[in-house]
Design a protein around this ligand. Structure first.
Ligand code: ADP
Ligand code: MG
Length: 606
């Protein structure tokens, strides 16, 4: 039998290896910016066209490379940053794996121009598909310019995986911010398609943060600074009133490297406990410096996750430092509950449900019957099988009174006639009966279903119904959120929002869908972006579907809201006009029926 194993040609092996390091234009941005930082540049320019798909160029005034180094830099595992394995434990540079340039050269067309201070001439190299096309001396400034053109030109399958320009640009801005934030002494700029997106002069940490996150942060930052022999922590946390409905402005850096850590994020959130609403996120930019031997940064190809030698100490330290900062600036003790809108929004504050009321409801037999374990007859969250079920429930009832037009939707004509009084239990359930039993409707779930179908219909119509705002509201977002909003704008507008970009990450909200409560426009957009982000890994749904699900959930009447007889009536009428009234879009039941024969059986009659 013939042998079948062959060694992959270098070019293919390189392309495969590159996949780990260069997944999208923003990965190249990160690597190239980090290289410029490592070269001690004081000025770094990032130039992008078409969200990096056609060009990512980084120009630095750092130390440059010699002719030999310039050629070597593109070899895999070629690095000037470590020499022996022990060096891994004392890394202070951003790079050390020697893979980035090799990976970039394997999947794009690259041009490099570089010159050292002491050299008269620089070196120009053109390389594509890992092959050097041209190398010659050139006249250029001290420093390095690397241009990556036509990413994945030779790997169409990977190219097809790239997202929309707005989405790729969002990633690029994220990476840019993560590097720029950590090095305020370096001047950074970002130009995209000829337009300046960032121009960050060298300055202090605080200046840099405000430059990036927006001037409205200026008065809202509290300094964090603790030093011990083991580690230092410094940076800023936003005052509780700067907390956001979106998780956007949260940055952790360890030895100047941006890292993602749910664990450390939890430590900060914990320090803010009881100071901000449960559904809000504190803003923070925190830098931890510690002996590189205490961390392992080599656990992930893009180095965004790291391992701490002792995680628990770091957690305790971060939490204590943030608490201390908040207390020192007298934020914790002097919290003014009447003034802080975030606090006012806390469930416990804005949903008065007196103990007296609670006891009254809880002691009623009705309530006891409805508590969890008695719900043996719960409707299965299966959209199809239960679709028409509610109609059977009302088979022997009269036609719905207000329907007189025979051409109306058939569904409307068979609407159940509900009892004239509705009982609201626990400010959550609506109890309604007819002569064949009764039904318990979950107000929030029901409303979510109603809104969902309404927005779906809305999104199919050419002219969404917009509720104009008397005084347009401006909303300033962090850059990644602004880019996300820009990306979602056509879909958001289709739902009935009227929003216009106003430059500088600012948007003007002039109208909202009819169901959004006036005065709540800004929150509703922030919340929408946040929810969307949580949804966004789900490829099953289109952007618009995700938005509709988010907004329906967001705008639904919440449990704990007292409803009038009229409101309950309207809610039920609308619910049963839905095509799928029995479940929420995510599959939770909207109501539970208690049929007469079931009740009879319960009481031993059958
Ligand atoms: P790493 O950064 O992990 O060492 P890279 O592939 O990113 O690996 O870069 C390889 C080498 O090329 C670096 O170690 C450095 O010596 C050199 N180099 C890359 N970019 C620059 C730059 N902008 N200025 C000077 N030297 C650079
Ligand atoms: Mg590097």
């Amino acid at each position: 039998m013939a042998d079948i194993i062959e060694l992959l040609p270098d070019s293919i092996a390189n392309q495969i290896a590159a996949g780990e390091v260069i997944q999208r234009p923003s990965s190249a941005v990160k690597e190239l910016l980090e290289n410029a930082v490592d070269a001690n540049a004081t000025e770094i320019k990032l130039i992008i066209t078409e969200a990096g798909k056609t060009l990512v160029s980084v120009i630095d005034n750092g130390k440059g490379m010699s002719e030999t180094d310039a050629r070597m830099a593109f070899e895999r595992h070629a690095t000037s940053k470590i020499k022996k394995i022990d060096d891994l434990f004392s890394i202070r540079t951003m790079g050390f794996r020697g893979e980035a340039l090799a990976s970039i050269a394997a999947v794009a067309q690259v041009e490099l121009k570089t010159k050292k201070q002491e050299d008269e001439l620089g070196t120009y190299i053109e390389i594509e598909n890992s092959i050097v096309k041209k190398q010659e001396p050139c006249a250029c400034n001290v420093g390095t310019t690397i241009s990556m053109k036509n990413l994945f030109f030779n790997v169409p399958a990977r190219k097809n995986f790239l997202k929309s320009n707005a989405s790729e640009m969002k990633h690029i801005v994220e990476e840019f911010i993560r590097v720029a934030m950590a090095f305020p002494e370096i001047h950074f700029s970002l130009v995209s398609n000829g337009q300046q997106v960032f121009h960050l002069d060298a300055g202090t940490f605080k200046q840099r943060i405000v430059q990036i996150l927006g001037t409205n942060y200026n008065a809202k930052l509290v300094m964090v600074k603790e030093q011990t022999d083991y580690m230092n922590i410094y940076g800023f946390v936003g005052k509780p009133e700067a907390a956001k409905k979106t998780r956007g402005d949260q940055y952790f850096f360890v030895n100047n490297r941006f890292i993602k850590s749910a664990y450390l994020n939890h430590a900060v959130a914990n320090a803010f406990e009881n100071m901000i609403a449960k559904d809000s996120y504190p803003s923070y930019v925190l830098f931890i410096d510690l002996d590189p031997a205490q961390i392992d940064i080599n656990v992930h190809p893009t180095k965004q996750e790291i391992k701490f030698e002792d995680e628990k100490i770091i957690y305790a330290f971060v939490q204590a430092a943030v608490k201390h900062a908040l207390a020192q600036f007298s934020i914790a003790p002097s919290l003014d509950f009447t003034l802080n809108p975030e606090i006012q929004n806390l469930d416990a504050v804005n949903k008065p449900f007196t103990t007296e009321k609670k006891e009254l409801t809880a002691s009623g037999n009705l309530y006891k019957t409805f508590t969890g374990k008695h719900q043996a007859h719960k409707i299965e969250p299966n959209e199809k099988s239960e679709l028409k079920h509610w109609k059977d429930f009302f088979t022997n009832k009269e036609q719905y009174n207000s329907i007189s037009n025979p051409t109306e939707n058939v569904l409307l004509q068979t609407l159940p006639k509900f009892s004239n009084t509705y009982i609201q239990l626990h400010n959550t359930y609506i109890l309604t009966s007819n002569n064949s039993g009764f039904m318990l409707v979950h107000q929030q779930h029901a409303h979510e279903r109603i809104l969902y179908e309404k927005y779906i219909a809305q999104s199919h119509s050419t002219q969404p119904t917009v509720q104009k705002i008397l005084f347009p509201v401006t909303i300033e977002l962090a850059t990644p959120d602004a880019i996300l909003l820009e990306d979602l704008l056509p879909d958001i507008i289709a739902l009935g929002y009227q929003i216009e970009p106003f430059g500088n990450n600012t948007f003007i909200i002039q109208g909202t869908p009819a169901d959004v409560i006036q005065g709540n426009e800004k929150n509703s957009i922030e919340l929408l972006l946040e929810q969307f982000k949580h949804f966004s890994t789900d490829i099953k749904y289109s952007k618009r579907e995700k938005l509709i699900r988010c907004i329906s959930r967001q705008q639904a009447i919440k449990t704990g809201t007292a409803l009038s007889q009229n409101e309950m009536q309207t809610l039920l009428e609308h619910l049963f006009q839905c095509t799928t009234p029995n479940v929420t879009p995510s599959g939770n039941p909207t109501y539970i029926e208690f049929k007469e024969d079931y009740l009879d059986r319960m009481f031993g009659k059958i």
